[in-house]
Design a protein around this ligand. Structure first.
Ligand SMILES: C[S@@+](CC[C@H](N)C(=O)[O-])C[C@H]1O[C@@H](n2cnc3c(N)ncnc32)[C@H](O)[C@@H]1O
Length: 263
């Protein structure tokens, strides 16, 4: 299965407009494979017809399906453990000390995929900071553009394989309950997080004075211009003494923002 270069350019422009995502010249086959699977799932006979449907009308639902099919949702619990060590040992203690008078903490996990990153953070808060944060207003917002990923995140439900990626048996037992098809985060953990659909290229509702932003492993897929625009906007929603964590291969470019890097 291959795509005409016209169709490839069309899809490239679509994901750029919708997500700021950059598709490289050599990704035609990848796009063809992912869209063939989508066409099959939607009962469309082939990719040409799927793309023709996209071209003929501004079908937002289909645009969303195509974007969902092309992004990577790769994630895991405690992904890059050293980030979570840094959060536990330095970042959260510093932030809680700075906010002791206000007794409030605002955290934004800005491309949370299927939720493992946000739940990892919630586990740390429960395990290590429960006493210190008693009576505080802790707002942990986790967002993603993908409705499908968010659906799983909200359910808090994970397969055995997903659970085995990053969670010790002790943590599984402490924060999750077993059921017939896998594991579900317990109520205490679930109620710590509010999940919302936010496209980083769109509006960011009610976000100001955020103390901690996790924006890991998403800018890497974006073109430089939207990447830079997002970083500039982060500066505006971040508390002046707040902290930002990007993925290990991502940088702030020219944005005036200091990132926390694990030691
Ligand atoms: C590779 S996952 C990273 C998940 C998690 N942050 C981690 O590091 O494990 C990238 C996520 O970014 C989301 N994403 C991509 N473009 C986005 C955009 N423009 N706005 C919001 N989320 C986006 C994708 O849906 C995907 O779930």
């Amino acid at each position: 299965m291959s795509l005409t270069s016209d169709d490839f350019e069309f899809i490239r422009e679509l994901v750029d407009q919708q997500l700021g995502m950059a598709l490289e010249d050599d990704q035609q086959e990848f796009v063809a494979t992912r869209l063939s699977a989508l066409a099959r799932r939607l009962g469309t006979s082939n990719v040409e017809i799927l793309i023709a449907g996209l071209r003929s009308a501004s079908n937002r639902a289909l645009q969303q399906e195509v974007c969902e099919a092309l992004v990577t949702h790769e994630t895991s619990f405690f992904r890059d453990q050293h980030y979570f060590d840094e959060l536990t040992q330095r970042v959260i203690p510093t932030l809680t000390q700075a906010r002791v008078a206000q007794r409030r903490l605002k955290i934004w996990c800005a491309a949370c995929s299927t939720g493992q990153e946000a739940y990892s953070l919630a586990m740390i808060l429960r395990e290590q900071f429960n006493e210190r944060l008693r009576g505080w207003n802790v707002d942990l917002l986790a967002s993603d553009f993908s409705s499908k990923a968010l659906q799983q995140a909200k359910s808090g439900h994970y397969s055995d394989v997903e659970m085995s990626r990053g969670l010790t048996p002790a943590r599984q037992a402490q924060h999750f309950r077993r059921d017939a098809s896998g594991w579900t985060a317990n109520e205490q953990l679930q109620k710590m997080i509010r999940f919302e659909r936010i496209n980083l290229l769109g509006s960011w509702p009610d976000l100001e004075n955020v103390d901690l932003i996790l924006l890991r492993n998403v800018l890497i897929y974006m073109r430089p211009v939207p990447r830079q625009q997002i970083l500039q906007r982060l500066v505006r929603v971040l508390h002046p003494a707040g902290a930002v964590m990007l993925g290990s291969t991502e940088s702030t470019g020219s944005a005036e923002i200091t990132c926390v890097r694990p030691r």
